[in-house]
Design a protein. Structure first.
Length: 272
């Protein structure tokens, strides 16, 4: 269309010997039209450049955050493995050491029973190795058992190998809990039992689990040596991290010659 107008303008000018005002108008329109188009192209080009720069920046940001997430994931996984190994291996070795310490006395009293005890210790060590393998392969230590069944199994095993009296009580209607909550409670009980025996030389440990008022509580009390100033080591710190990660709370109390008291509380959501 513009080309036709241009030809018309030149044709009119050649006929009359001069450019008509209409031809000048057409030329001016073309000039401004081209200027407008070039201006729009420049604006679009600048906008595209800004868009490309923005995309490149976002890609760099995504790459940076991706690396950060990967680093955090690796760090969290290392922490998870170290916590799991500390809890499971510490628990197993406490049982093995206690059984081995009692073995010489048992051998003097009853050789046959001592031989049976050696086999049990060997089985316990193998179970510990299996537990480590499960931890490394991210296998749940509680499988598909209910929480109470898992706790009963844990306590029975600990009692058998340490000859420690453990009283378990469960209050309220047991609510189905997810694997994170179940694993946290199991590991907390493991740590509580292990600490009570290893550090407090406890002979009696009370474990209470309560399901009520939208809250799951775990109370562990022992008759061990206790202390006036309880210093939280790796195990207790890990216990606290596990529970707080579930928006729960943990309290430790101890008095000299009066054992240790551990209270864990976890809010129970509908889908827990």
């Amino acid at each position: 269309m513009i080309g036709l107008l241009v030809l018309a303008g030149f044709w009119a000018g050649s006929i009359f010997g001069v450019k008509s005002s209409y031809a000048l108008f057409i030329d001016t329109g073309i000039f401004y039209g081209l200027g407008y188009i070039l201006g729009r192209l420049t604006i679009v080009n600048n906008a595209n450049k800004k868009l490309i720069d923005s995309i490149e920046k976002k890609n760099k940001d995504l790459e940076y955050y991706s690396k950060k997430v990967e680093e955090l994931t690796i760090k969290e996984e290392r922490n998870r493995v170290s916590q799991e190994l500390h809890d499971s291996v510490g628990h197993i070795f406490t049982s093995v050491i206690t059984s081995l310490d009692a073995l010489p006395y048992l051998y003097q009293a009853d050789k046959k029973e001592a031989e049976n005890s050696i086999k049990e210790i060997s089985d316990l060590a193998r179970n510990g190795l299996d537990d480590v393998r499960k931890t490394i392969h991210k296998m749940s230590p509680t499988n598909h058992q209910t929480l109470s069944d898992s706790v009963k199994e844990l306590i029975a095993d600990f009692t058998k190998h340490t000859l420690t009296e453990i009283k378990l009580s469960i209050e309220g209607d047991e609510t189905k809990v997810n694997e994170r909550v179940k694993s946290a409670i199991i590991r907390c009980i493991q740590e509580g039992l292990t600490n009570a025996k290893r550090h407090g030389q406890a002979t009696l440990i009370n474990v209470n689990i309560s399901f009520k008022s939208g809250e799951l509580t775990l109370l562990i009390e022992d008759n061990g040596s206790g202390c006036d100033e309880l210093i939280a080591g790796f195990g207790l710190r890990t216990m606290k991290e596990r529970i707080t990660a579930l928006t729960g709370t943990v309290n430790f109390n101890s008095k000299l010659n009066n054992g240790v008291k551990i209270l864990c509380s976890i809010p129970m959501a509908k889908d827990v």
